[in-house]
Ligand binder design. Sequence first.
Ligand code: TYM
Length: 331
Amino acid sequence: MDKKLIFSGIQPTGTFTLGNYIGAVRNWGPLQDEYNCIYCVVDLHAITVKQEPAKLRKNTLDAYALLMACGIDTEKSILFIQSHVKTHAELNWILGCSTQFGELSRMTQFKDKSKRHADDVNSGLFTYPVLMAADILAYNADLVPVGVDQKQHLELARNIAQRFNQRYGELFTVPEPYIAEIGAKVMSLQEPTKKMSKSDENPNACILILDDKDTIIRKFKRAVTDSEAEVCYREGKDGINNLMTIYSSVTGKSFDEITSEFAGKGYGDFKLAVGETVADHLAPIRNEFDRLIQDKAYLKKCYTEGAEKAQRYSQRIVSKAFHKVGFVDKA
Ligand code: TYM
């Protein structure tokens, strides 16, 4: 039987957070051996909020190199930049015509972002999940590895695929979410009931994977916890639960093992251990990124080849969609 197809994407908004890494990117590398994988830096999505052009260009290249540094192998997977492959925007239009205003209005990320960017509630921000559906359906992906925050968008992509298939005849695979058991939602270090996010105003809330060791340790030392002293995973201990999740996903230790390891020790020791472990885990990624980002010619070769492969792959499916909706076939 053919290998299943994986598709996922990440926005180029500066370096990745530890949330992006643990919830998504870190799982992408190991999937390459078992599945056919297609990964993408989604610069079209990024411009749904205001971007400075020069910075977006730099962030996109950085994100591409960072994915490679995190273990995406361009020999095994297709790794490309979204705006280089025109089928995404083309399919986006077709799928948008099968998506209802009401469905898009219910998207919690749209509601959150339109509050945060009240001066720029543009139509791209509103139709963002349609483009995400196009990303996935243009390849007929089976599985989409994402963090929990993308689940609602993925459910919409499933509905859009099913609706198109019913209306025009079978074409799209209905994709399944692929969500890690541990770390699918890494929380803010300062407000552990909120998702860790780059857009947090407090820089101590969020670990960036290119942060240096001292910065990582300092941020963990300042992490908000509770007034108890026991390192254990329990409802209500949001800060400690989050640190345990991070520690567990980096070390592979279970929550029980972590509780035993820190029995009789204070939160200070635990936070330091988490900080040091995370910093040591990320150090090789930072080194590899520093090396790759110097080699612009090699990166260009990789993203050019990636785009060619992605274009070829998706063109077949998108051309079928054009035909099914009734467009005249091009010679
Ligand atoms: P983005 O760029 O916001 O995030 C990239 C991935 O990181 C996950 N993630 C988290 N996981 C755990 N804890 C967190 N605190 C955390 N923050 C982010 C996200 O769930 C995501 O998997 N719309 C998408 C990008 C996208 C996409 C796609 C994904 C565009 N097209 C097609 C899959 C398939 C986004 O903005 O992710």
